[in-house]
Design a protein around this ligand. Structure first.
Ligand SMILES: [Zn+2]
Length: 150
């Protein structure tokens, strides 16, 4: 047994299937598709007969556990689902209308034919308009999340 045939006991398994070498032919990096010219030092993966450029080898080392690099095209971005603009604010709007209607009825019962004038002179109480503002805010937020102008 010679010194060259000795495998280091703590060597990672990938040493057995991959090794750095100077390319005898022009190749393409399996991970980033960069053209690797003849004579370029790259990692040779024996089972798949593919080469990986040193930049991708380094990037792979930064992320232990992901030995097989995934092409960016196969990684789908996380789909964000903005709230339905038709539903957002609907509950607050209903609550506002319910309170508003209740107050209008109260004024009519109390003031009779003078009620229309009373409704104009007196704004809705803060508790009622707050609901309207909340509803408007929710709708504007939903609109904003969809990328439209506020
Ligand atoms: Zn590469």
């Amino acid at each position: 047994m010679t010194e060259a045939e000795t495998i280091e006991p703590d060597a990672p398994i990938q040493v057995l299937t991959t090794r750095l070498m100077r390319l005898r032919y022009t190749g393409t990096c399996a991970a980033c598709r960069t053209t690797l010219g003849r004579g370029t030092t790259a990692e040779w993966h024996r089972p798949t007969k593919t080469v990986t450029c040193l930049a991708c080898v380094e990037a792979r080392r930064d992320k232990p556990g992901s030995l097989e690099s995934v092409p960016p095209a196969l990684v789908s971005p996380i789909q964000s689902l903005p709230p339905d603009p038709g539903e957002a604010g609907a509950s607050a709007r209903r609550e506002y209308e319910r309170r508003h209607q209740k107050r209008e009825q109260g004024i009519e019962q109390k003031w009779g034919r003078l009620a229309p004038g009373v409704k104009i002179l007196r704004d809705d109480p803060q508790s009622t308009t707050a609901w309207a503002k909340g509803s408007d805010g929710e709708r504007r937020l939903a609109h904003h999340l969809q990328g439209g102008p506020v």
